[in-house]
Design a protein around this ligand. Structure first.
Ligand code: HXC
Ligand code: NAP
Length: 268
């Protein structure tokens, strides 16, 4: 196993105050990086900062909504003043709920598209002037809904497909600056908010695990390790890639969250 060393590196994680994104931030902090994390809730940011600092990293938090381009740019500017040029940018803020398209208002659909897709654009576009050139890496956190049509997930499917196309376009546009742009596509990751929303009970979780070719949920550290690999010299020639880290579940076709949706509706 290669020893990762991110001493002196600045890692900015949008959505870094919980779950998979916090796991990614923590992995970089534990390997020497300075961390900037962005989210809406100050309480969640404070708890995450305590964790990151306890693991050895310098860390600062920025309360902002990724849907607000000006607020995101201001946070990126503050982070640049605090820790210098950004070496690794992670765009992972996302929202989700289960609903059929007919049970989703235009604003419900727009809300998720705005957080996931417009938010990613705001983070990536806003960060460009603060990224190290050459050498920076941008990672968007996608989901298999980007390429597996999934009932009750019309908003996420549309948004994450857009996120992955943004990855490919920016890899083309920013290659000349020496900036790499990739997507990581996590599979179902145990203990996360995403799974609590999509598989709210043991029956649903077992049903999903049985569909994973590797037969189990993934762990946050298995996503964080791939983010570090991409940011290390091992990943230096990888750009424009949409990389599933999912135990093979995206090979198995659409999931149906109908039972889980019905359970949320009937409060069972
Ligand atoms: C139908 C719903 C709904 C539901 C909200 N809406 N929940 N519609 N069914 N269950 C509608 C509302 O009625 C409203 O439309 C619109 O969505 C906006 O709702 P708000 O509550 O005002 O939005 P906001 O406060 O901005 O919150 C956004 C959110 C919220 C997405 C609704 O849940 C959130 O902040 N989530 C962040 C955390 C999260 O979701 N983490 C999981 C990411 S995991 P109207 O028309 O009434 O105004 C992920 C999974 C990947 O992405 C795959 C895993 C396998
Ligand atoms: P999570 O714990 O809910 O994390 C979401 C993070 O984004 C939080 O820090 C949240 O903080 C922040 N956020 C949400 N909306 C925001 C907004 N409008 N502006 C700024 N920050 C916002 O989610 P998770 O389950 O770990 O998922 C993380 C990422 O992995 C997402 O991109 C998700 O789509 C992807 N993913 C997850 C799974 C899974 O199994 N969980 C599978 C595939 C892909 P605030 O709420 O305080 O703002």
């Amino acid at each position: 196993m290669t020893a990762f060393d991110f001493n002196g590196r600045h890692v900015f994680v949008a959505g870094g105050s919980s779950g998979i994104n916090l796991g990614i931030a923590d992995a970089f902090a534990s390997h020497g990086a300075s961390l900037s994390i962005l989210g809406r809730s100050q309480d969640r940011l404070d708890a995450a900062l305590a964790q990151l600092r306890a693991h050895g990293g310098r860390a600062e938090g920025h309360s902002a909504d990724v849907r607000d381009a000006a607020a995101v740019s201001a946070a990126l500017q503050r982070a640049h003043q605090q820790f210098g040029a950004i070496d690794v940018l992670v765009s992972g803020a996302a929202g989700n709920f289960l609903a059929p398209a007919l049970g989703m208002s235009a604003n419900g659909f727009k809300t998720v598209v705005d957080i996931d897709l417009l938010g990613s654009f705001n983070v990536l576009r806003g960060a460009h002037e603060f990224l190290r050139k050459p050498g920076a890496l941008a990672i968007s956190i996608s989901a298999s809904q980007a390429f597996v049509p999934t009932p009750f997930q019309a908003h996420v499917c549309a948004a994450k497909a857009g996120v992955d196309m943004l990855t490919r376009v920016l890899a083309l546009e920013w290659g000349a600056d020496g900036i790499r742009v990739n997507s990581i596509v996590p599979g179902p990751i145990e203990g996360t908010e995403g799974i609590r929303r999509l598989a709210p009970n043991d029956t649903e979780r077992q049903r999903i695990a049985a569909r994973v070719p590797l037969g189990r949920f993934g762990r946050v550290d298995e996503i964080a390790g791939i983010a570090m690999m991409l940011a290390s010299p091992l990943g230096a020639y990888i750009t424009g890639v949409v990389l599933p880290v999912d135990g093979g579940i995206s090979l198995t076709g659409p999931r149906d969250f109908g039972a889980a949706w019905a359970a949320t509706r009937h409060g069972s």
